[in-house]
Design a protein around this ligand. Structure first.
Ligand code: KG4
Ligand code: ZN
Length: 342
């Protein structure tokens, strides 16, 4: 690899069409995200067929925009998300990436979307992120140190993963039912708030207090999570009537944060990791991040909000380390909608 390696990342696994160019795995040159949220909001969730058709319409303009001012000759490789995600959506990104790789004679690498979320933490230090020493929160340029404990909390996954080095993941825990983001989305629907649920709950919670009794599934002696009981308890509370939506949102948000923070910190102590790395859309939640920063005995790296939710810069960053390790995909790269991590 040359001293300055630029990777084009492409992401179409769910409802964001995204392309980005990242240099040396950590410096964002361009980062374009075309969100389909407005289109899916009227249905209250992502409609897979609509998502893939929308990716078809936007993927080329989004890549063109990400390549503005950059010559193809300066691109050293293409990284594309090949799973997990919606099959029809993944197919658009994978096929466009293959076509460009062939036409421009560039190496291609297929990237696991969950692994990519974790790599947003490498971009974090070029984008000013939060690092906590446990006593105070400071803004610094922080480098990731191994071994680290990664909490990936997105719309489809809640995984606790030990990362010992680049590409070395050991899954310790996962959700046994709803993912954390999915729980936020369902809770927002119960409370009559908008889609996506995470930002809607967070916004509503600002004017409430977490005063309502909601359960926490601790699942002792396991690193797994469970959020469906909490969702059901919220449903019962909401249907009893007389409950403030703002208080319900604040109470729900705190219940999710309590469990994610306590279980992750407990695992971090057990495993004696150097750092905790947060990622995925739910990591954009300020109650969650503040609790981590206030309680963790080890530094916590948190990507800025726009790098927590789906984007292609994280795919390009992850792809850089694939290329470094010689992990190159062939033109037979296929989508893997059920791909997992570790
Ligand atoms: O990582 P992501 O953009 O896409 C997936 O890979 O799923 O995560 C989307 C999820 C949604 O469930 C959304 O409600 C949640 O992340 N989310 C949040 C916040 N922003 C997005 N959850 C809590 N608080 C937020 N501020
Ligand atoms: Zn995601």
């Amino acid at each position: 690899m040359r001293t300055k390696t630029k990777i084009l990342g492409i992401e179409t696994s769910c409802d964001e069409t995204a392309a980005a160019v990242v240099e040396n795995g950590n410096r964002i040159i361009s980062n374009v995200v075309a969100s389909q949220i407005d289109i899916h909001a009227r249905y209250g969730g992502v409609v897979p067929e609509v998502a893939s058709r929308q990716h078809l319409l936007t993927v080329i303009p989004v890549i063109r925009q990400a390549m503005t001012g950059i010559s193809w000759q300066d691109i050293n490789g293409i990284a594309v998300t090949f799973g997990p995600g919606l099959a029809g959506s993944l197919l658009v990104g994978v096929n466009v990436a293959k076509a460009i790789a062939l036409a421009k004679n560039l190496p291609l690498t297929g990237v696991n979307h969950l692994e990519a979320h974790i790599y947003a933490n490498w971009l974090a230090h070029s984008a000013e992120s939060s690092l906590s020493t446990g006593e105070e929160t400071v803004r610094v340029n922080c480098e990731v140190q191994f071994p680290c404990l990664c909490l990936v909390v997105s719309g489809g996954h809640s995984d606790l993963v030990l990362m010992k080095g680049h590409g070395q993941f050991e899954k310790l825990g996962r959700t046994r039912d709803d993912a954390a983001g999915e729980a936020f989305d369902k809770a927002a629907r119960i409370l009559g708030l908008g889609y996506p649920g995470g930002p809607a709950i967070e916004h509503a919670a600002c004017s409430g207090t977490p005063c309502l009794p909601l359960p926490r599934a601790w699942l002792k002696r396991s690193h797994d999570f469970s959020f469906s009981g909490l969702k059901t308890a919220l449903w019962h509370l909401a249907h009893k009537g007389g409950v403030s939506v703002a208080d319900a949102a604040a109470s729900f948000q705190l219940a999710v944060a309590d469990v994610l923070v306590a279980k992750t910190i407990e695992a971090a102590k057990q495993l004696k990791v150097e750092q905790i790395l947060l990622s995925g859309g739910v990591a954009a939640n300020k109650t969650l991040t503040q609790q981590f920063l206030a309680n963790s005995p080890v530094p916590v790296i948190i990507p800025p909000s726009h790098l927590c939710t789906d984007n292609a810069a994280m795919v390009a960053a992850c792809g850089y380390y694939h290329f470094e390790a010689g992990r190159i995909s062939g033109y037979d790269l296929d989508v893997a909608p059920d791909l997992s991590l570790g």
